[in-house]
Design a protein around this ligand. Structure first.
Ligand code: ADP
Length: 478
């Protein structure tokens, strides 16, 4: 295979692993870990058993060697009496060879011959075996083999100690096979159990997926049933449902906004169309109609322009595109300036700036002006001619408390929280009848600006007595 195709196949394997189902991945990881543990466990067990068997033979040979050497050094002869006090442990074979290699004495003549054993000795004995002893494999038997030279009656003799571990070897082979089978079976069980468990654990996720697929923009009412156990999946379902709640709320708010906006725009457009029909029919001949028509169209177009400006402002605010340029401002200068201009604009009311303490705030000057103008223009709109509009700004702890009030028509208690909602207007027919035009968006814009500056708004109002707006504006040096 060329390196290019090799690279491609390893890439596609990686790709397949990455794209495999989570249940498959969990199963694979689970099975591989268990398999590794099984292999390590079984391997350690097998090694332990091997070591124990080899060690047993080593100990038997070691004891026999010591006792025999002691006996020979004690002067014992190679006669049948030599075996009297069992110098060699049961199972250990002793062969004595002279300097020519001829066997001169032994306790088991049927044991494989020394040249045979020599020939079949393993070149490299297993690492757990005593390296001073040799290991030979003859047919089905494994033989442990140690030699020691002794002086006896003036001649050198070699003592060969032999012990078979044939029975143990057979057992070890059986055990090896059994452990292999057990590992394979364990691996299969791990695969099966992993697959079953991961499918079970992930079932709620599949249910969630099915529900999520059924959720449409037209019907966002569907929710996921959280799993009964209070685990991560339960939390996921609850979080998912919360997200849907917020989306649904945002979505219906958006829908309401669009339908309210269209509704608001329809009135001026209808009026403009009505006047243009009137002008088309009578405008050329009747000067009065012409004048009234043009002025009405202009005033409706101005209303529309204002409404569109406000809608655009709120749309930018909703999309977080409304940019603020905050800086350190002397609030008293700003209040003074806004109030001076207010006096020029509304001649029908008495406009008074009662107190104007100084304080530095961190704010966008254009936005701050816009917010104050919204409250003050409302005061002017909803206060009959001859009424009073007042402002007062005092320092209080870490805040500047700015109050903007009037003694106008006031707002009924049940309406007071609603007036901050978009498009909400109290008793439109009455205000319209008095020639007051509004969009119901002013207070929403003012609230947004206040929020952007951490300004807390409270409203104090009573029907027929007037309305005061209190603003707590954080001070920079407070
Ligand atoms: P609008 O363009 O209608 O003034 P706002 O959002 O500014 O919209 O105000 C919402 C409603 O709150 C107004 O329609 C009015 O009924 C009421 N309102 C606001 N300010 C005052 C006030 N100072 N006095 C009485 N009513 C007020």
């Amino acid at each position: 295979m060329s390196s290019k195709t090799e690279g491609a196949s390893s890439f596609s394997l990686l790709h397949a692993i990455r794209n495999a189902r989570i249940s498959t991945k969990i199963t694979a990881v689970y099975a591989v870990i268990l398999f590794i543990l099984l292999v390590i466990g079984m391997g350690a067990m097998a090694l332990g058993v091997y070591y124990a068997f080899y060690h047993q033979a080593e100990v038997a040979i070691g004891i026999s060697e010591r006792q025999t050497v002691e006996k020979i050094e004690g002067g014992a002869d190679f006669t049948p009496n030599f075996w009297d006090d069992d110098p060699v442990l049961p199972g250990v074979v002793l062969r004595v060879t002279d300097i020519t290699g001829r066997v001169v004495f032994e306790n088991d003549a049927h044991f494989p011959s020394l040249p045979d054993i020599e020939e079949n000795t393993r070149i490299r004995p297993p690492f757990w075996a005593d390296q001073s002893m040799a290991v030979a494999d003859i047919g089905n038997s494994t033989i442990y083999h140690a030699t020691v030279d002794v002086m006896h009656g003036g001649s050198i003799y070699t003592l060969h100690f032999l012990r078979t571990i044939t029975a143990e070897s057979a057992f070890l082979k059986d055990m090896q096979r059994f452990l292999l089978l057990l590992t394979a079976a364990g691996f299969l069980v791990a695969l099966g159990a992993g697959y079953f468990l991961s499918r079970r654990v992930l079932r709620p996720i599949r249910t969630m997926m099915a529900t999520a697929r059924e959720i449409e923009v037209e019907d966002m009412s569907r929710r996921i049933a959280p799993a009964p156990a209070h685990d991560e999946l339960h939390e996921l379902a609850v979080t998912f449902n919360h997200m849907l709640d917020r989306l649904q709320q945002g979505f219906s708010q958006q829908q309401r906004f669009v339908s309210d906006a269209s509704h608001e725009l329809r009135t001026p457009v209808t009026v403009i169309l009505g006047y243009s029909d009137l002008l088309a029919r009578w405008g050329q001949t009747d000067g009065e109609v012409l004048k009234e028509g043009i002025s009405s169209i202009r005033s409706e177009a101005e209303n529309m322009q204002q409404l569109i400006e406000k809608l655009l402002f709120l749309a930018r605010a909703d999309q977080k595109r409304q940019v603020l340029h905050k800086e350190n401002l002397e609030l008293s200068e700003l209040v003074e300036d806004v109030m001076r201009k207010m006096k020029l604009v509304t001649k029908q009311h008495t406009v008074t700036l009662e107190k104007n303490e100084s304080g530095t705030i961190y704010a966008d000057p254009v936005m701050m002006r816009q917010m104050m103008r919204i409250f003050l223009e409302n005061s002017a709109k909803y206060t009959p001619d001859g009424g009073h509009i007042t402002a007062s700004c005092v320092r209080h702890g870490k805040f500047m408390l700015l109050s903007l009030g009037d003694d106008g028509i006031g707002i009924a208690p049940e309406e007071q929280s609603k007036v901050f909602e978009r498009f909400y207007r109290v008793d439109t027919s009455r205000t319209k009848a008095e020639g007051v035009s509004g969009t119901g968006l002013g207070l929403s814009i003012a609230t947004w600006i206040a929020e952007q500056h951490d300004i807390h708004i409270t409203m104090d109002s009573a029907l027929g007595k007037g309305t005061t707006i209190h603003l707590a504006i954080p001070l920079v040096d407070g």
